[in-house]
Design a protein around this ligand. Structure first.
Ligand code: KG4
Ligand code: ZN
Length: 369
C-alpha cells in the first residue's frame, strides 16, 4: 500500500510518500521545509508565525513530495496526518490540507499522534540504504526525548503504549533550549549545546568539568525532572558574571559556555541512560529504542548504546536514522502503516469519514490511543 502523510505540528512543514508491503516500509519521498531561520530571531517558535508559514509552504511541499515519488492521487491508498499534540495554529494547517485531499480524492484519513510517529521512525531504513532496517522486537522500552515530551514507554506489541514514567516539569529538548538561551546560544538550543559540549570534550578530561545535579536519579521510579538542572545552570552563570564583573548583556566567554554545555549534557544523559537501563531490565525487554528530536544527540545515542551493550548484551538497540530524528512526515506515514494493519475492517471503513472526523487536538494523549 502507498501512504501520503503530512506533519505540521511545530515549525517544520513536511510531507512524505511511503510504501508498505510485506511488513517493509520504503520511503519514496520525504520533504521538509524548516522555519528555523524565521523563529531564531524570536528565540523560540512563535505559534501564529508558524501557522502563517505552514499556510505558505504546504502546497509547494505537497507538490514536490508527490512529484519526487512520481505518484498520482489514484495510487494513494491512505492519507495520514499529525493530529496532535502540537501548536494549534500549526496543526490546523496540516489537518485542513489532509482533510481537503481525503475528501476530494475520496481516500481514508488517519490522525496520528506526533510521538507515535517519532517511535515508528525506528522502523524506517536509512536514506539510500539497500537493505531494510532490522526492526525492534517486542516487548520494548522506548526512551522518548523531544521538545515537548520526555517519557519511558513500554510497548508489548505494535501500537500499544504504556507510559511508565515521564518528566514532571520541562521536557529534555526544552531544557536544552532554555540552557542555550542562558548561555547566549541561538535557537534551537539542542544542536548548539551539543556542539559546544563536544568542543569541550575534545580538549579536556571529562572529570575536570563542573558538576551539575542529577535530579531524580535515585527516585525509585521512571519519572524525570529537568528544571532543577536548568536552574543550577542559571546560578552558575550568575556566579560567573559576578566573579568576573560581567553584566547580563556581556557575552560569556567560549571556554565557560563549552564547560557548562558539557556539564549539562552529561547530567541529562546520565539520568536518561540510568532510568532506561533499569526499565529495560525490570521489564525484561528484547529491544530499546530512542525517539524524538533529542535522539539526534550524538552523546546520548552513543552512551545509551554502550551502556546497554555492556549491561544487557541480548537486548537490541535501535536509533532513528539522522534524517528521521527531527520532525518529518515519513515517521507519521510509518506509524499510520502499522496502525492500519492493526485495525478491524469496521475501523478501516470508518476512516473513509476521516475528512470530517479527524480534528486537530493540541493536547492529544498517548494514553488515549
Ligand atoms: O522532535 P522535535 O524535532 O520536535 C518536537 O516534537 O518537540 O524535537 C525538537 C527538540 C528541540 O528542543 C531541540 O533543541 C532538540 O530537539 N534537539 C536536540 C538536538 N537536536 C535537536 N537536543 C540535543 N541535541 C541535539 N543534537
Ligand atoms: Zn517532534
Amino acid at each position: 500500500m502507498k501512504i501520503l502523510a503530512i506533519e505540521t505540528s511545530c515549525d517544520e512543514t513536511a510531507a512524505s510518500v511511503i510504501s508498505f508491503d510485506d511488513g517493509i516500509l520504503n520511503v519514496q519521498s520525504s520533504i521538509i521545509s524548516s522555519q528555523v531561520e524565521l523563529h531564531r530571531q524570536w528565540g523560540g517558535v512563535v505559534p501564529n508565525l508558524a501557522g502563517r508559514e505552514h499556510t505558505k509552504n504546504i502546497i509547494p511541499v505537497l507538490t514536490e513530495t508527490l512529484e519526487n515519488a512520481s505518484i498520482s492521487p489514484e495510487d494513494i491508498d491512505l492519507i495520514a496526518v499529525t493530529s496532535g499534540p502540537g501548536l494549534i495554529p500549526a496543526l490546523l494547517i496540516g489537518t485542513a490540507a489532509a482533510k481537503t485531499l481525503a475528501f476530494s480524492w475520496d481516500k481514508p484519513l488517519l490522525g496520528i499522534h506526533h510521538i507515535e510517529g517519532h517511535i515508528y521512525a525506528n522502523w524506517l531504513s536509512p536514506t539510500g540504504s539497500e537493505t531494510a532496517v532490522v526492526p525492534p522486537q517486542f516487548p520494548l522500552i522506548g526512551l522518548i526525548v523531544s521538545g515537548g515530551h520526555t517519557q519511558l514507554v513500554l510497548m508489548k506489541d505494535h501500537i500499544t503504549y504504556e507510559i511508565i514514567g515521564e518528566t514532571q516539569d520541562d521536557a529534555v529538548g526544552e531544557a536544552f533550549d532554555k540552557v542555550a538561551r542562558l548561555l547566549g546560544l541561538s535557537y534551537p538550543g539542542g544542536p548548539e549545546v551539543s556542539a559546544r559540549a563536544l568542543a569541550y570534550e575534545k580538549s579536556h578530561a571529562p572529570d575536570a568539568a563542573f558538576e551539575l545535579p542529577r535530579p531524580m536519579l535515585h527516585s525509585g521510579d521512571y519519572n524525570f525532572s529537568f528544571s532543577g538542572i536548568k536552574t543550577a545552570v542559571l546560578y552558575a552563570v550568575r556566579a560567573y558574571q559576578k566573579d568576573h564583573s560581567l553584566t547580563k548583556d556581556d557575552t560569556l566567554p567560549q571556554e565557560f559556555v563549552d564547560e557548562i554545555s558539557f556539564a549539562f549534557q552529561q547530567a541529562v544523559v546520565d539520568v536518561l541512560v540510568a532510568k532506561t537501563l533499569t526499565a529495560a531490565r525490570e521489564h525484561n525487554v528484547r529491544s530499546v529504542i530512542l525517539a524524538g528530536g533529542v535522539s539526534a544527540n550524538t552523546q546520548l545515542r552513543e552512551i545509551l548504546g554502550t551502556t546497554l551493550r555492556e549491561a544487557l548484551p541480548d537486548v537490541s538497540y535501535h536509533i532513528p536514522d539522522m534524517d528521521y530524528c527531527l520532525d518529518n512526515a515519513a515517521m507519521i506515514a510509518a506509524a499510520a502503516a502499522f496502525r492500519w494493519h492493526t485495525m478491524s475492517d469496521a475501523q478501516k471503513i470508518d476512516t473513509r469519514d476521516g475528512w470530517k472526523n479527524v480534528v486537530a487536538n493540541p493536547n492529544m494523549k498517548m494514553s488515549s490511543l
